[in-house]
Design a protein around this ligand. Structure first.
Ligand SMILES: [Zn+2]
Ligand SMILES: [Zn+2]
Length: 310
């Protein structure tokens, strides 16, 4: 699912040393000039010339290395973002309508309620696993997931940015995935319970980016209904998600309701997955490294608050 190559374990290296793009002392050329008849080296002719290698190239899409401004183009929606978001919302509403349309007896209607609840609960787990994977493996060059990985890395450096991103810009990538998954299922299957489960599950997964964004807003800037849903645990809460952005950055990955977070964290589910992947493929998750090396040390609270208030 993820491209894991760049964290290959190299046993002779110090893994907590951050990689940098600074010029490195690549080679040192030393030349000594001595007269054959004079056993004492002429230190005046000892020349040490450092040879600097050029800086490593920085990829063009390094949003995670450049602090976005408030009006940064990366925060603004364009027509393609709006089109995919519209398509995602439409297909979800169509799926749910088809589901309800097919529930023409009490037994199916009851099953539909359970299917909707199961879809909502499952979505929280999916977002947790997805978020954990993007936080820890691959990079911006990873096929398919590269932009999302870059986006999550940027989020860990500047969490406030998500509150500045326009709705369609925030949702379009998940909306596109949801559309491409739901459309063929809608065409092939007509079971109302299955469609109900899928509609709620994919709908919550798609909206998880918005729920995540709301978890970074100050309470005073959120609609009252959102605050009520957060406080009731229906949507992921602000304080629960804040724990994800504090050291050691390895908890509270789920971002729909967060109902799975205490369970997964208590049983160290992600820690176990990281060890299994390491044993199988020799790859280290990013969270095993110094957070400073990943640039995950959050801006201080005052800076964060000033950005959110602005
Ligand atoms: Zn994260
Ligand atoms: Zn966050």
């Amino acid at each position: 699912m993820f491209s894991l190559a760049q964290h290959k374990y190299l046993p002779t290296l110090h893994h907590h040393q951050p990689c940098t793009n600074r010029p490195s002392l690549h080679a040192v050329r030393v030349s000594c000039s001595t007269r054959p008849s004079d056993p004492t080296p002429n230190v005046k002719h000892l020349i040490i010339k450092p040879r600097l290698s050029p800086p490593l190239p920085v990829a063009a899409t390094t949003t995670a290395t450049t602090r976005p401004t408030d009006n940064d183009p990366s925060l603004i929606s364009d027509w393609s973002h709006r089109a995919w978001t519209t398509a995602g919302c439409t297909i979800i509403l169509y799926t749910l309508a088809q589901s309800m349309n097919g529930a023409n007896n009490l037994q199916t209607q009851v099953a539909l309620v359970f299917a909707a609840f199961a879809g909502y609960i499952t979505a929280d787990l999916i977002t947790g696993i997805y978020h954990w994977g993007l936080d820890n493996y691959g990079d911006e060059s990873t096929p398919v997931f590269g932009p999302a990985i870059d986006n999550f890395q940027e989020h860990h450096k500047w969490p406030w940015v998500i509150t500045k991103r326009q709705f369609a810009r925030n949702l379009h990538a998940l909306a596109r995935s949801v559309t491409l998954i739901a459309l063929p299922v809608d065409l092939i299957f007509h079971d109302p319970v299955l469609l109900g489960f899928m509609g709620w599950c994919l709908g919550c997964v798609m909206m998880s980016r918005q729920f995540h964004s709301w978890a970074h807003y100050p309470k005073s800037r959120l609609p009252k209904v959102v605050v009520a849903l957060q406080d009731a645990g229906v949507l992921v809460g602000r304080s629960m998600h804040a724990e994800h952005h504090r050291p050691p950055y390895v908890t509270n990955y789920c971002i729909v309701s967060g109902v799975w977070n205490p369970v997964l964290d208590r049983f160290k589910f992600f820690e176990a997955m990281e060890k299994i992947l390491y044993r199988m493929f020799g790859v280290r998750p990013r969270c095993w490294d110094d957070p400073a090396a990943n640039g995950w040390l959050e801006e201080n609270d005052e800076q964060e608050a000033s950005h959110i208030k602005a």
